[in-house]
Design a protein. Structure first.
Length: 192
């Protein structure tokens, strides 16, 4: 006997919806109104106008909203005003690994202020060993006393970066894109 969670039609996975520019918040709100679990990671930025400055929340991944859906809900999510399409490869919706979604959530829940970062490919994989981000895996971008941990969402080929102390991370893998110059090391990698 199979359990209901193993049925491909009812099993939920994370997917990325590509939206019209500046429609991310509207799409996120409408998905929630439809009863769908969605995630719109936001970051705080200060915008300047001629007469004032204001702190605003803008999408961490412009034009993308994540949805946790089964096959029926996937279709329902693409029928939301502002959604252009679901990210897919070879005609199949691209699943976002749960670990990548949880890494982004963990960063935001613990008050880190990530910044968008160029998507990286190969390098040295690291894991945070202490503190609120313990267990978060990503890639070491640069090492100069303080390091940058890069978390990547593979399906949309975008990444975010945060500062971490060197003593808080340990190397757990390696790749072939390591570059050295003096005491500065650059590592490039993608999240598990």
């Amino acid at each position: 006997m199979t359990s209901p969670t193993s049925d491909p039609k009812t099993e939920r996975h994370w997917y990325a919806l590509y939206t019209r520019p500046r429609f991310e918040k509207k799409v996120d709100e409408e998905l929630k109104q439809k009863g769908l679990e969605s995630l719109l990671p936001l970051r705080s930025v200060i915008r300047f106008w001629s007469d004032r400055k204001k702190k605003i929340a803008e999408p961490l991944f412009p034009s993308y909203v994540f949805v946790h859906a089964n096959s029926k809900e996937r279709y329902q999510s693409t029928q939301t005003d502002g959604v252009v399409r679901m990210v897919s490869f070879s005609g199949q919706p691209a699943r976002i690994p749960e670990e990548q979604i949880q890494s982004i959530r963990r960063i935001l829940e613990h008050g880190y202020d990530p910044e968008p970062h160029q998507y990286l490919n190969a390098g040295d994989e690291v894991e945070v060993t202490v503190g609120p981000l313990q267990g978060t895996k990503g890639y070491l971008l640069e090492q100069r006393g303080s390091s940058r941990l890069v978390i990547s969402i593979d399906a949309i080929r975008q990444s975010v970066a945060i500062e971490v102390e060197r003593g808080q991370i340990r190397k757990i893998g390696s790749g072939g894109d390591k570059k050295t110059k003096g005491n500065n090391f650059k590592y490039r990698l993608a999240l598990l």
